[in-house]
Design a binder for this molecule. Structure first.
Ligand SMILES: *Cc1c(COP(=O)(O)O)cnc(C)c1O
Length: 375
């Protein structure tokens, strides 16, 4: 069996263990500690954002973001349909109802004109949405200018899902820093990892302090354990944050490597008939977390996305269809959705190629050879 090539696997630099040793030496194994504070400061500096709360996952960050935005049972929250389920699940944790909005073709993210249609329609039904969750899919920035303009017109807060977009910028500003709140993920497959973790970020200190309070079981100031609100156990541990402190030092290099993967695939594969890549619009800088291709069987001579995926699998290479849109998921079949066919088409024809920052040129060459052999 040939060596497995993964879609996106963890990639350590050489500083992570040092921070973990520091934690062991000081016996800071418990949640919280100097690495957590340090990682929060490192992220705030990197992103040019006021405040960061390091948490146990990106999903937890979204959940707290929704609580801070006042989302309660029966409320509606607009969410990009083309995304991973973790963007939408926390809406359900609150007993709220997701309202899905389809994508535009340029960046594959929330279609601003459809967002406007959806908000108008929800308001006409007496159901003004409580928050909007746009996503920067695969590290490609959404059309934030237009989305922000619409959100501010209707005075609806944005909780920006930048889980896949750390290191990406839109018009020179970091993804995740446009909304009232933003979230990041450091799950094992993301561009940097803490083995598992996330962050809630924002410029309003009151929100981020409240997030830290809720994430540590909502303990009131008292010598005994006293609670006036429901709390959560959502903080990042000092060990995980130590990994994060090492990882942030290599983040820019890992972004460059992922962007180089994209360039390589683009150069080697774009001549194949029926294959196409998503191009960075002017002003956008994608971290190219995953390189994705569309395979159109009408122009590829009948070759489908599945043909390519199965051929890669046969050579022990992991690839994956694009996210299945949330409005097509059985669990969300009752949720309102504003669709235009774009995400469904992306799902039917799109494939994520191996994209780790630790791939060797020989690995990329193997992927390319298999794909070329299908043609
Ligand atoms: C990974 C991911 C999340 C969730 O992050 P976790 O840290 O895995 O909980 C949320 N949204 C998107 C778009 C993601 O890709």
């Amino acid at each position: 069996m040939k060596k497995k090539i993964w879609l996106s696997s963890p990639h350590m630099g050489n500083k992570e263990l040092g921070f973990i040793h520091d934690a062991f030496d000081a016996n800071w194994i418990a949640p919280l500690g100097p690495n957590v504070d340090g990682f929060e400061d490192d992220l705030a500096t990197y992103l040019s954002i006021g405040h960061v709360a390091a948490l146990s996952s990106g999903t937890a960050a979204l959940h707290l973001g929704l609580i801070l935005a006042g989302v309660k049972s029966g409320d509606e929250v607009i969410c990009q349909s083309m995304t991973f389920s973790a963007s939408a699940n926390p809406i359900a944790y609150q007993g709220a109802i997701p309202v899905f909005v389809d994508s535009e073709e340029e960046t594959w993210n929330m279609d601003p004109s459809l967002l406007d249609v959806a908000i108008k329609d929800r308001i006409a039904k007496g159901r003004k949405p409580k928050a909007i969750i746009p996503v920067h899919l695969y590290g490609m920035p959404a059309q934030m200018d237009k989305i922000l303009a619409i959100a501010s017109e209707y005075e609806i807060p944005i909780i920006e899902d930048a889980a896949e977009a750390l290191g990406a910028t839109y018009k020179g500003k970091a993804c995740g820093t446009f909304g009232t709140l933003g979230i990041l993920s450091f799950n094992g497959n993301k561009i940097i990892t803490t083995s598992g973790g996330g962050a809630l970020i924002g410029n309003d200190v009151a929100y981020i302090s409240k997030a830290r309070f809720l994430a540590t079981q909502a303990r009131d100031a008292a010598p005994h354990y006293q609670h006036s609100e429901i709390g959560y156990n959502y903080r990042m541990s000092n060990i995980c944050a130590g990994i994060g402190r090492g990882q942030i030092q290599v983040l820019d290099e890992w972004v460059e490597r992922r962007r180089a993967n994209y360039d390589y695939y683009m150069q080697e594969l774009s001549a194949l008939k029926g294959i196409s890549f998503v191009v960075e619009p002017e002003g956008s800088f994608s971290n190219r977390w995953l390189t994705t291709v569309l395979i159109n069987p009408e122009t590829s001579g009948g070759i489908t996305r599945e043909d390519v995926r199965i051929a890669l699998e046969g050579d022990n290479i992991e690839s994956r269809p694009l996210w299945k849109p949330m409005h097509m998921q059985p669990v969300f079949s009752d949720a309102p959705a504003y669709t235009n066919g774009v995400s469904e088409k992306l799902f039917n024809t799109g494939l994520c190629l191996p994209s780790g920052s630790n791939l060797l040129e020989a690995d990329l060459q193997r992927v390319v050879n298999i794909i070329q052999s299908v043609w």
